[in-house]
Write a protein that binds this ligand. Sequence first.
Ligand code: PLP
Length: 421
Amino acid sequence: MHFQTEALHAGYEKDSQSTMAVPIYMSTAYEFRDVEHAANLFALKELGNIYTRLNNPTTDVFEKRFAALEGGEASLATASGMSAIFYAIANAAEAGDNIVCASQLYGGSLTLFSHSLKRFGIEARYFNVQNPQEAEALIDEKTKVIFFETLTNPSIDVANISAITAIANRHNILTVVDNTVATPALCQPFKYGVDIIVHSASKYTTGQGLAIGGIMVERKGLVDKLKGNARYNHFNTPDESYHGLVYVDVPLPLYTLRARLSLLRDLGAVSSPFNSWLFIQGLETLSLRMKEHSYNALMLAQFLENHPKVSKVNYPGLKSNSNYENAQRYFEKGQSSGLLSFEVSDFENAKAIVDATELFSLVVNIGDSKSIITHPASTTHQQLSEEELVSCGVPSGLIRISAGLENVSDLIADLSQALEA
Ligand code: PLP
């Protein structure tokens, strides 16, 4: 079935009340029929609801629907994008291992990898996403994951997905990709050989800036990569914490199963059923919204490219942009999502422009229906020196925009008056 159809129907069998909208099941736990039923659920002889830290009927619809939209086999909803990323890595790596990551990543992922994971004994090694060959030299027998973003935040690069998965497959290593900014409406990374996809659902999935959440999706047939693979012994040997279960022998999507039975059970960063319900509402209109976000962003980028006060515009939908070819290759009908940035002469000028906008909100978020503007050098990247700002692609005169769903003429008029201020 097509994306738009799955976005409205996948994963929902109407219940006894035949409600058109998916019900919100606000319940901590579920009654077992009898002791044998309870024992069967715990032993995975039967599948069903146990306790909302492990599963929930509303969240189950969200998980099935998202997996269908990514063309995956199964997924696991989490309390935030950060917890989805952490679970995707922690499911593969342990102390003494390393992960190979693109250096152009969301700042929260960089701090997770370079600081928190380091304290857990997992080393992060970085490659330039514009030069995927660098990744291969960083791989050794302890490498468990190659991690990158399809459309990077905030540097707005588009990864050459097939080049990275080809390297990972040569070494039989898992690829984990963050597809938050592109969304499955524009890009479906499983088609290009990715193994695991993660998302912050807090952005385009909820779509109106309503809730924090995340999701991890597993591709079809992943068991073939993990079975007998010495890098991933813990999938091939008994899990002492779950009655000696050997994940490669269970006829269920194994990466999701292990993350649920082990990580969600022990760490508990689960999606609230209410948030899962909000994300289901968001998915219904995702493809329509992404078309409009992409159109508005392109119009803004073209306006800015022709403005005398703007020295550079970063948007992969512009023919002049170095990511244009990858965007055409990997994104739906050339749509390039709603994120763009542009450079003006210096820090003070950038601050003045941001302060002079009226329609744009000064917020550190992206993917809202309302347009957002940020000045990274005075907010998210405040602690960096001028040289460091340049080396991570965030010069002090850089302004980032998340194009919302307003009429684009109003957005252009607002930016135009701010640039004259
Ligand atoms: N990944 C990307 C690309 C993001 O932009 C963000 C947040 O901005 C995250 C992950 C983290 O998601 P969350 O804020 O839902 O934890």
